[in-house]
Design a protein around this ligand. Structure first.
Ligand code: SAM
Length: 201
């Protein structure tokens, strides 16, 4: 078993009601400025088709939806967990145009090049190492050529994945890294972030 992932292959366990409630308070309220800054830094025009993969409680999605509404863009929130999906729906009540899809992206059969932007925020490390290459390959297929995948992952040994592992998986899916950095955030800890582009042609 990898030290960076202590679960088994397959979907993670459903969170309990108390966990979902606490996460909503923590991520959607306390950490809201941090998520807002991250979404601001994505520098979206506002007319993009965006997938938030592993959207959890909707902490990033709330800011994405706000950003996309005036420009006519469209947000799809996807998560394998029923509880997280319900929590995200509550958090995004004010945005009826947001689409919710529940499941593992590999099984949903979406058309290729469906999205301009994919966000994978604090979730790749939660996927078993065995499943990561096929999940990321599918996300790369869903990006239009020239489209961008935004990634941020914790890198602490206790809970996270090494930046080199994340890089390996995205590069193996044919994506090209830019704007990569590593840093440390209060409360959250060490992280790796990057923008990955699907090459044109
Ligand atoms: C740590 S949470 C991060 C949530 C959110 N992206 C954020 O930054 O707050 C990880 C999320 O990924 C979801 N998840 C884990 N494995 C998944 C998979 N194979 N497909 C879709 N979602 C998955 C979990 O249900 C959970 O909501």
């Amino acid at each position: 078993m990898s030290a960076e992932h202590d679960g088994r292959p397959g979907p993670p366990p459903e969170p309990g009601r108390a966990e979902a409630f606490a996460a909503r308070l923590f991520t959607n309220l306390l950490l809201s400025p941090l998520y807002r800054r991250y979404v601001d830094e994505m520098d979206l025009r506002g007319d993009e088709l965006v997938l938030d993969y592993g959207c959890g409680s909707g902490a990033a999605a709330r800011h994405l939806a706000k950003r996309l509404r005036p420009g006519g863009g469209h947000l799809t929130c996807m998560d394998v967990s029923e509880r997280w999906q319900r929590t995200a729906k509550k958090a995004l009540r004010a945005y009826p145009d947001v689409e919710f899809r529940r499941g593992d992206v590999r099984t949903l059969g979406l058309p290729a090049a469906s999205f301009d932007v994919v966000l994978v925020h604090w979730m790749l490390h939660d996927i078993h190492p065995r499943d990561r290459p096929s999940v990321v390959a599918e996300l790369a297929r869903l990006l239009r050529p020239g489209g961008r995948l935004f990634s941020r992952e914790p890198t602490a040994a206790k809970h996270g994945m090494p930046a080199a592992r994340a890089r390996e998986v995205y590069a193996a899916a044919g994506l090209c890294e830019s704007l990569a950095s590593e840093g440390r955030l209060p409360i959250i800890g060490e992280y790796y972030r990057a923008v990955w582009t699907r090459p044109v042609g």
